[in-house]
Design a binder for this molecule. Structure first.
Ligand code: ZN
Length: 272
């Protein structure tokens, strides 16, 4: 779907997928394709006259949601356009969501330059700005919702896997308060814990890496070695930064979970 190639008889999940694919084709090939009148369930796109390019799809058979290309005239006599009307902020937000996610502070001018370079089209900086805001809202929204769901997630895990250890630390925790501003998270799934204690060597690797989401933080993990010398995840967590305090917080739970009592018996691997 990076650059769709059509063929007569080709099927699509539904009419929406077909429409999106044609739109993608128009953008990638810089063709002034428009959706001409839809008649009933039939969908037809044509290029700007006198160009004769056209594509026509309808349900595969009566009552079917699957769309099939019934007619395809794949010959352009038009010139590629630099003013592609199909590109709007919504399309940009969808198309570049992953890149915006990885780089939420991407400057508008650099982002604009990339779009013009990728798609060879005229896009206003204002449209790029709206696209970034739109994508960020979606990305941050889902992150916020997911952090807010952590307590429910922990509760469900403990319900299904009773031996699981879930610890959530919030800022200014009140004794009666269940939720608060997120600070740290620790998780050791019951079955992993049980199997590690029963079958794995007493070796634990510890490391952390930066989280690239809108709230930052560090993902820290404790990994063992399984019988095939493969990595065996034991416990992981999220902390605000790698400090003696945050690692101590994490390792205290790990010691309880793995019953590390005599540290001479254990080997720890870490970069510091
Ligand atoms: Zn054309």
């Amino acid at each position: 779907m990076v650059n769709p190639v059509f063929q007569r008889g080709m099927c699509f999940k539904n009419s929406k997928t077909f429409r999106e694919t044609v739109k993608k084709y128009a953008i990638m090939n810089r063709r002034p394709i428009i959706n001409c009148r839809n008649f009933g369930k039939k969908v037809q796109y044509v290029c700007q006259p006198p160009c004769r390019w056209k594509i026509y799809a309808s349900p595969m058979h009566k009552g079917s949601v699957t769309y099939q290309i019934k007619t395809y005239v794949n010959k352009h006599t038009c010139m590629p356009t630099f003013n592609q009307k199909q590109i709007n902020s919504k399309w940009i937000a969808d198309y570049y969501e992953m890149e915006i996610r990885m780089n939420p502070t991407w400057p508008i001018s650099a982002f604009h330059k990339k779009i013009v370079n990728d798609l060879k089209c005229n896009v206003s900086k204002h449209a790029v700005y709206r696209a970034r805001s739109r994508a960020l809202k979606r990305i941050n929204g889902t992150h916020e919702e997911q952090y807010a769901d952590l307590w429910k997630y922990g509760y469900q895990l403990k319900k299904v896997l009773p031996e699981t250890t879930v610890k959530i630390l919030t800022e200014n925790p009140e004794p009666e308060q269940v939720s608060g501003r997120f600070l740290r998270f620790y998780l050791c799934l019951g079955p992993l814990k049980k199997a590690f204690k029963a079958h794995c060597r007493k070796i634990v690797g510890l490391d952390g890496c930066h989280l690239k989401g809108p709230f930052g933080g560090i993902l820290i993990s404790a990994v063992g070695v399984d019988a095939n010398d493969g990595m065996y995840p034991v416990a992981w967590g999220v902390v605000e930064s790698e400090t003696t305090d945050s690692w101590t917080w994490f390792l205290n739970f790990l010691c309880q979970d793995l019953q590390i009592l005599v540290d001479k018996e254990w080997t720890f691997i870490s970069d510091r």
